[in-house]
Design a protein around this ligand. Structure first.
Ligand SMILES: [Zn+2]
Ligand SMILES: [Zn+2]
Length: 151
């Protein structure tokens, strides 16, 4: 078996933010996708409780599901390509007739609609921003990159 590398787009909202969930406080917020996809950011501070955790612990289940879905769709396409070719040559030989039945793909959603209403909070310290719910913004949030409180 060879390992197939492919890119799976993580679903983002119309502003390019990804919805995430903190494993400690179970609160949700959104981070700009371009910030957290940078390789140097292996962990983040939760903007709401301020605790740092590994980036991959922040993914929401629905987001992971969408990633899985696009991985499946990719796989189906690949299977169709390679199997399709093999079957054509078998059919050409005239001895056996074969066909493949690929399960119907689930339609890929392009944009992600977050579960909550969010407001943008900017951080001058690290020149980044987060989206949090109104109530969290009122209480005060932490910079996801350096963990500084913004009240
Ligand atoms: Zn938290
Ligand atoms: Zn900062």
């Amino acid at each position: 078996m060879s390992i197939v590398n492919f890119e799976v787009g993580i679903p983002v909202d119309s502003d390019g933010y990804i919805e995430m969930e903190c494993d400690f406080c179970k609160n949700r917020f959104m981070l700009p996708s371009n910030t957290f996809q940078k390789e140097e950011h292996l962990h983040f501070f939760c903007p709401i409780c301020g605790l740092p955790n590994k980036t991959n612990t922040f993914y929401c289940p629905e987001v992971l599901e969408k990633v899985e879905q696009s991985a499946m769709n990719y796989m189906y396409k690949e299977v169709e390509k390679t199997l399709g070719k093999a079957i054509k040559s078998i059919n050409k030989s005239g001895f056996i007739k074969m066909s493949i039945d690929i399960p119907k793909q689930e339609p890929e959603k392009e944009l992600y609609t977050p579960a909550n209403e969010y407001e943008v909070v900017g951080f001058d310290c690290c020149n980044t921003s987060v989206k949090v719910q109104y109530i969290d913004k009122e209480i005060g949030v932490y910079c996801p990159l350096c963990g500084d409180a913004k009240l």
